[in-house]
Structure formats: structure tokens, C-alpha cells
Design a protein around this ligand. Structure first.
Ligand code: FE2
Length: 328
């Protein structure tokens, strides 16, 4: 990103006083140079805030990743498109939603995977959210899991704010042809291979049962898992997981080079956004398409397109918690 007012707010990421190579007297005023005035300071911050509120929250990013499956032969790649954290509410821009549907359907997915938090603030917009999600098209259909907001749970320790909200969300999605996975696994035949797709309820819902979902898992076939909360990856140690698709963090929504993703807890900053590897298991944390508070900075909303392709090689052993996409 070019240097400008945004850099002046959030900084360049270099420690104070450290100079770029060849940079001279950057911390010293030139003779006759005036310090920036209050008016300039205020206008810079207004520009930054305007960008973060008006531009970035609906500036959709399409991230494409190829996932290699060692020892698998495929006649053609298996394309999965992930959408997460819609957070549908009364002010969700309709033109933005239309654009997302066009983007998803235009890449002709084999499967659309939805990873939770379809609604925001209770059940008022369940029908509209389900109608919108019902427009997504994929060769093998649309699979979904629920997030904490769909269970009416705002924090790991908090009670449910609405009774049976999850049941209403599941029913509305099912009415639009979307299969919601509640701790279960389905098999999709594609390109001469059996893809296993499992889905668990949200980690905070007290109904997340990975052992139940993976009871019938065939360790010899590719496995994609849907789980709203990224930390679910630590509930399936030892089981085959070629890719877990998660969301929940929104990438922190606001990310500064100097301070990082300040809205996330210290632990969750290690799972903020992007692709992570945990030995042979992989985790993708999607930044989501929606928001509660309308603000995003350096964390554009995204849809993620995964092409699963066969590979004759052994899997690479990655670093625990290493993000390949977002530079965490
Ligand atoms: Fe969430």
C-alpha cells in the first residue's frame, strides 16, 4: 500500500526512530519546516475513517488457493467455494449481496461451503438471509454449519439469548436446499474420488461433537471439515483433515501494521486469517463477507475458492500456527 494518510494513523510497522536504508534525518525537521497542523491531522484521520467505514466493508476479495492431496488421482480438480460470517442485518447492502452471489456462481463451484453466523442480533432476518444463501449454486450442492450467532451465543461463557434460534436457522436454510451438518459426515463422489465432508456445531454451542461427526471417517479418502470456530482444529488431533474451513474472527476486521489485530484476543491473533498448517492438518480461517459493526481496515471481506488437486508427493510438514495468506 502506498504511503499516505492511512500509514500516518497506523504506522509503517518499523520501530520508532528506525530509518529505511538510505533514509536521512527522517526524524528531524528541515530548517524552516513546519510540523503538521491540527487541521491536517484531523483531515488525515477523517479520510482513514471514511475509507474504513464506507469502502472496505463491501470491497470484496476473491482468494484462490490450490490444495494438493498427496496420493490422490483426480480426473479434474474439486472446486469448493467458502462463504462465512454473513451477519445479515437490516443495513446489509443489497447490491453487495448481489455481487457476492454473482462472484460465487461465476466460478462454477462443485461445492459451496458455508461456515456460520448467517444472522446478526437474533432471528429477525433469518428468512432474508436464507433466501439470499439459497441463490448460491454448486454442482454437488451447498453444505453448511452453524456459528455462535446462529445459536444466539455472543461469547464462550454467555447464555443463549434466544431459544431455539439454531433450529429456526437450520429449518430456513433447509427450506432453500441447503444441508446443515450437525456433527455428521457426507460423502461426495467427484472425479473418480470420494470426498468426505464433515460438519460440526459451533464450539461455543455446547453441541460441538467432533468424535460423533468423524465416527465414520475413512482415513484413506480426502476429508474437508466445516467448523465455525478455528480452535475446533484442536478437537480432532490425530484424525485426517485435509482442510478445515472456519470463520468467526472476521480477520479482526481492523488490522494495523504497528499493533496487529487489536480486536482479537492474544490467542486468537494466531488464528486471525488465512491458511495454517498443523502437521498434516490444514486450517483456513476466512475473513467473512459481513460485519456487525460496519468497519474494516486491512481486512477486506472475502470469498475463498479452493481447488483440490491430486498430487503424487508426500504432504509438507508446516509450522504450527503459520499463516501463508495473511502474514500473521
Ligand atoms: Fe462467530
Amino acid at each position: 500500500m502506498a504511503r499516505g494518510p492511512l500509514h500516518r494513523l497506523f504506522g509503517s510497522g518499523r520501530p520508532r526512530g528506525e530509518k529505511r536504508p538510505g533514509e536521512k534525518n527522517s526524524g528531524q525537521k528541515k530548517p524552516g519546516e513546519k510540523p503538521p497542523g491540527v487541521a491536517r491531522w484531523v483531515s488525515d484521520r477523517l479520510a482513514q475513517l471514511s475509507y474504513a467505514v464506507l469502502v472496505e466493508p463491501t470491497w470484496l476479495e476473491v482468494n484462490r488457493l490450490q490444495i494438493e492431496l498427496p496420493g490422490v488421482e483426480l480426473e479434474r480438480p474439486f472446486r469448493v467455494v467458502q462463504i462465512s460470517d454473513l451477519h445479515y442485518h437490516g443495513k446489509t447492502p443489497q447490491a453487495y449481496l448481489k455481487h457476492i452471489v454473482q462472484q460465487v456462481n461465476s466460478v462454477e463451484p462443485d461445492l459451496v461451503a458455508l461456515t456460520g453466523d448467517y444472522i446478526h442480533g437474533g432471528g429477525r432476518y433469518i428468512r432474508l438471509a436464507a433466501e439470499w444463501l439459497g441463490q448460491l449454486r454448486a454442482r454437488h450442492g451447498v453444505l453448511a454449519v452453524l456459528g455462535n450467532h446462529d445459536h444466539a451465543i455472543r461469547a464462550s461463557w454467555s447464555p443463549r439469548l434466544h431459544r431455539n434460534l439454531n433450529g429456526r436457522v437450520s429449518a430456513a436454510l433447509a427450506a432453500h436446499g441447503i444441508r446443515v451438518l450437525h456433527n455428521e459426515l457426507v460423502v461426495i463422489e467427484h472425479g473418480g474420488e470420494r470426498f468426505q465432508v464433515s460438519g460440526v456445531d459451533d464450539l461455543w454451542s455446547r453441541q460441538c461433537r467432533p468424535a460423533q461427526a468423524l465416527a465414520a471417517l475413512d482415513e484413506g479418502c480426502p476429508h474437508i471439515m466445516l467448523a465455525h470456530h478455528p480452535l475446533t482444529i484442536h478437537q480432532i488431533e490425530g484424525r485426517r483433515c485435509d482442510l478445515m474451513l472456519s470463520g468467526h474472527t472476521h480477520g479482526g476486521q481492523v488490522h494495523s501494521e504497528r499493533y496487529g489485530s487489536v480486536t482479537l484476543s492474544k490467542r486468537m491473533r494466531h488464528y486471525a486469517a488465512g491458511l495454517y498448517t498443523f502437521g498434516p492438518q490444514r486450517l483456513y480461517v476466512n475473513k467473512g463477507v459481513g460485519y456487525g459493526w460496519r468497519i474494516r481496515y486491512n481486512r477486506r471481506p472475502e470469498i475463498a475458492v479452493f481447488d483440490f488437486a491430486g498430487s503424487p508427493t508426500e504432504p509438507e510438514r508446516g509450522t504450527v500456527g503459520e499463516s501463508d495468506l495473511a502474514g500473521e
